[in-house]
Design a protein around this ligand. Structure first.
Ligand code: SF4
Length: 246
């Protein structure tokens, strides 16, 4: 929105996207919507179209022009990871953040699943960019009365809700999704990354292996490799058949 921001924890805002759609109860009192809708229909105003989503490619270059280092709130008037924002455009925003690396970028989203999926699939290198901070707005923590939804054993993960990841929750998610189905290890991993708060590190040893070793086994590994050891799921193309009731 502007080079200089009045938001306490940031120096500047940068909006290469304008407008958004509501995605959760936390959007009910969206300040960005209130602000944008005030200008709907005002010719020539940046928010002439109110809070309707639109890309603003001419804004992409802004951080490259700001010579002095700033802490920049990215898309204070939108959400970068909305489904309607093309992957290619998200890639352009990320490329600018990587290029103009003398700034710190704060990216907040309510679409954590898409952020995680896209970063994992296409932009994994930015996990090592210490100047790009990405976060998901948390509205409800600990609905189940425990503080263990986070797979927090990854040393790069800065927010720890507990030292012990709750693998029961991960097992429940995987079983809920795949009961009675057959899926490749690749598909299961895609689900874990995109639709659960867990990383890929543990689902094989802490969930699939345990389900296979249970008596009776709850899953069957459909492997063409005669040398495969039970409880190992190294081949992403290998299929796994889940029992109906898990
Ligand atoms: S995701 Fe953020 S910007 Fe979008 S409607 Fe919700 S609160 Fe507003």
């Amino acid at each position: 929105m502007s080079e200089r921001s009045s938001i306490e924890w940031t120096d500047a805002t940068w909006n290469p996207i304008r407008g958004c759609t509501k995605v959760s109860p936390g959007c009910k009192h969206c300040y960005a919507e209130t602000f944008a809708e005030r200008w709907r229909g005002v010719p020539g105003h940046p928010y002439e179209q109110g809070f309707d989503l639109r890309l603003v490619p001419e804004k992409l270059v802004e951080p490259l022009l700001w010579v002095k280092s700033r802490t920049i709130f990215v898309n204070s008037m939108s959400d970068l990871f909305q489904e309607e924002v093309p992957e290619e455009y998200v890639g352009r925003v990320i490329a600018v953040m990587e290029l103009a690396d003398w700034h710190i970028y704060q990216v907040l989203t309510k679409r954590g699943a898409r952020m995680r999926e896209l970063i994992t699939r296409k932009h994994r290198r930015i996990e090592n960019c210490r100047n790009i901070w990405m976060g998901v707005s948390v509205e409800k923590v600990d609905e189940g009365g425990e503080f263990s939804f986070s797979d927090a054993t990854d040393p790069k993960q800065l927010v720890l809700f507990t030292k012990a990841p709750n693998f029961e929750a991960l097992e429940k998610s995987i079983c809920g999704r795949f009961a009675g189905k057959t899926a490749s290890v690749e598909e299961i991993e895609g689900f874990v990354l995109a639709d659960t708060p867990f990383r890929e590190t543990h689902y094989k040893t802490q969930v699939l292996r345990r389900l296979e070793k249970r008596d009776p086994p709850r899953i069957t590994a459909l492997s063409s490799n005669p040398k495969r050891k039970p409880g190992t799921f190294a081949d992403p193309k290998m299929f796994v058949s889940f029992e109906d009731t898990l």
